[in-house]
Write a new protein. Structure first.
Length: 272
C-alpha cells in the first residue's frame, strides 16, 4: 500500500486547506507532484494558497469554497470536483475546530456543528470517494484526528469524543481496505503551532491559554505534522503520532487507567 502515483487527471482533495496543517499537507502533496483540490470556507485564502501551489510546484491547484458543517453545501462538493475533470485518489479529512469548557454550559448549536464537521463530513466524503478507490485498486485517505482522541478530555468532551470517533473509524477502515490497495491512516498530532487554539479560545487551569500550559518542546509545526502524516500514509501506517516527545507520552499514558488519569486531566483542564 502506498500513495497512488500522481497523474494529470488525478488529485488530492484536502479539507481545511486554507491554513495550518491542511495547507501544509497541500504543500507536501504538491511537492510530490499531486494536483490538489483545496476545500475550506475562506475563499480568499484558498485562492491565494492555490495560486502559490501552482507557481511553486507546477501542479494544478483548484480552490473550492465549502461549508462542511452544512449538509447541502457538502453534498454538492463531489459534483463540483467532477466538473473539474479530476479523479480523487487521495482524500485528506482535516477540517475542524474545538469547543471547550463545561459541557452543561456549552452552546448547543456549536457542539452539534463540531460533530457535523469532525465526524459527519469525513464519513460523507469517505463514502463519496472510497468506493471508487476500492474499484480502482488504489487510493489513500488521511484522517487528521488528534492525541485528544486517545483519551477522554474533561472540558473538551465533544472534541475529544469526535477525534476518538475519527481515529477508530480510520483504524477499522485501514484493516478493511488494505487488501484492496487502499491506505487509510489516522494522523494524531498533539499541540501544533497554528491559529487553531486562538480560534477555539481554549483556556485551562488558572485561565491560562492552552499554549502557555503546554511545554514548548512538546509543540510541533504544521509542516512537521504534514510531513510525518503524508510519509506515514505513503508507508501504509495505521496511526501516526508526530513528534518524539508526544509519541512517547501517549505510549506511556495508555498504561495508566482512566480511573487514575482522568481526575488529573480534569484538574489541569478545569478553569478556575
Amino acid at each position: 500500500m502506498s500513495l497512488p502515483p500522481p497523474s494529470p487527471s488525478s488529485a488530492a482533495l484536502v479539507t481545511g486547506a486554507s491554513a495550518g496543517i491542511g495547507l501544509a499537507i497541500c504543500h507536501e502533496l504538491a511537492g510530490r507532484g499531486h494536483n490538489v483540490v483545496l476545500v475550506a470556507r475562506r475563499r480568499e485564502r484558498l485562492e491565494k494558497a492555490a495560486a502559490e501551489l501552482n507557481e511553486r510546484y507546477g501542479v494544478r491547484a483548484e480552490p473550492l469554497g465549502c461549508d462542511l458543517g452544512k449538509a447541502a453545501s457538502r453534498s454538492r462538493l463531489p459534483g463540483r470536483v467532477q466538473s473539474l475533470g479530476l479523479e480523487i485518489e487521495v482524500l485528506v479529512n482535516n477540517a475542524g475546530f474545538a469547543t471547550n469548557g463545561p459541557f452543561h454550559k456549552a452552546d448547543p448549536e456549536r457542539e452539534l456543528e463540531q460533530v457535523r464537521v469532525l465526524v459527519e463530513a469525513p464519513v460523507a466524503l469517505t463514502l463519496a470517494y472510497l468506493p471508487d478507490m476500492v474499484a480502482r485498486g488504489r487510493g489513500a485517505i488521511l484522517n487528521v484526528a488528534s492525541t485528544a482522541g486517545m483519551q477522554p478530555l474533561p472540558y473538551s468532551a465533544g472534541y475529544s469524543a469526535a477525534k476518538a470517533y475519527l481515529k477508530t473509524f480510520s483504524e477499522a477502515l485501514h484493516e478493511e481496505c488494505r487488501r484492496n490497495g487502499v491506505t487509510v491512516t489516522a494522523l494524531c498530532p498533539g499541540p501544533v503551532s497554528t491559529d487553531f487554539w486562538e480560534i477555539s479560545g481554549w483556556a485551562v487551569s488558572g485561565e491560562q491559554s492552552f499554549e502557555s500550559a503546554v511545554p514548548r518542546p512538546a509543540w510541533i509545526t504544521p509542516q512537521q505534522a504534514a510531513r510525518e502524516g503524508v510519509s506515514g500514509l505513503a508507508s501504509g501506517d495505521r496511526v501516526v503520532v508526530p513528534g518524539l516527545q508526544v509519541r512517547t507520552a501517549m505510549l506511556a499514558a495508555q498504561w495508566v487507567p482512566n480511573a487514575i488519569k482522568l481526575p488529573i486531566v480534569e484538574r489541569v483542564m478545569r478553569r478556575r
